[in-house]
Unconditional design. Sequence first.
Length: 423
Amino acid sequence: MAQDAIEFQYDGQPVRLPLVRGTEDETAVDIRRLRAETGLITLDPGYANTGACQSAITFINGEQGILRYRGYPIEQLAQGSTFLAVAWLLIYGELPSSEELERFEREVTRHTMLHEDFHHFFDAMPKSAHPMPVCAAAVSALTTFYDEPTTDDEIAKSIVRLIAKMPTIAAYSFKHSIGQPTMYPRNDLGYASNFLHMMFATPCERYEVDETVARTLDLLLILHADHEQNCSTSTVRMVGSSLANLYACISAGISALWGSLHGGANQKVIEMLERIAAEDGSADAFLRRAKDKDDTARLMGFGHRVYKSYDPRATILKSACHDVLDRIGGSSQLLDIARRLEEVALSDDYFIERKLYPNVDFYSGLIYQALGIPVDMFTVLFAMGRLPGWIAQWLEMRRDPDFRINRPRQVYQGPRERPLPAS
Ligand code: CMC
């Protein structure tokens, strides 16, 4: 029989902690009774060994490079599904029937417009602002336009609103930054095509959506749609655990995603490749810097907390990158530098020993660039893609029988009690 608990001695007393097994045989020590029984807490900076919840949404095996949404391999979803079908799958647990998908697509299409008063909101933002904080603020501002969703019906409506309005918010934040009038959404276009229209059409000129561009964008959204308990998702759960409403939690997730160690890495990858190209184009010189502990440079788009082999999303994107550059053009110089960086890094002891491989951000920026997406918008697109994952995780948390406010403890290392100096 499989072991069902671990036992150890503490302070002369036996302690028994149960084991919890997941459906893929991942095993955790359930420490819920640890403090009550021993007075001990655990210390795990960065939560590298901490399971914060039990989840049925996404499975990752970092050693084998496996990623599945609700059991379906990412490779199959990337090839045979659409972003809105994947969003439904993540949120409701099963692939939608054709009627469910049709209804969902129709509802999302019909909720893409923002309240007209939102124009004042964008007008109040400096033109120089990065679109990520503008999007985070705009999503948070949705709370001021709509009542807090509480019933299942209201939550379902908020989910549609969020998925529908996110591309509009994203495109408005871009149009505002370049001083162009915003473009209303078009109900005759699909999700990705409508976003491209709002980004690139102007009142003077129609934008003909290229099918390859729209399909590639949809693929990128699918690949970003969920990634279990990453930094931004954990933030959504953390904020949501106080019973904060859905819009507030998603806004917090967008802010967490912006950091350069997380979603912000896609922008940093392109900036890194451009810097290398502008200097001498040498991958080797940059890798020396990335390995030097006295240098702050890191090989952006490389390494991952969970993947200790090739990120399966990077495999898909690497091949998509070749296709897209072949079909619609783009910087082959940057792709060449990226390939060379990857080749040298993967045969370098520093990267081999630490099991550092390309992650999703290594090739995504090159594709966004080829699609004509401005660099500042790369992480916004990551946020658009991650939205259904955040929603699914928020819903799962709110319905979890183990639900409690998230409130970690600490090991205090500051001064012991001391009197205030006499004045
Ligand atoms: N370049 C150079 N060295 C690295 C890199 C890198 N990209 N990534 C990790 N290392 C080294 C790190 O210095 C450490 O070395 P040592 O053991 O000698 O101190 C070792 O590898 C382990 O790294 P870590 O920082 O302890 O690992 P982590 O799990 O805490 O961090 C990471 C994961 C993704 C933040 C990190 O690998 C990194 O900074 N990568 C570059 C930024 C990036 O591409 N982020 C996108 C992540 S994927 C998309 C997403 O989910 O957001």
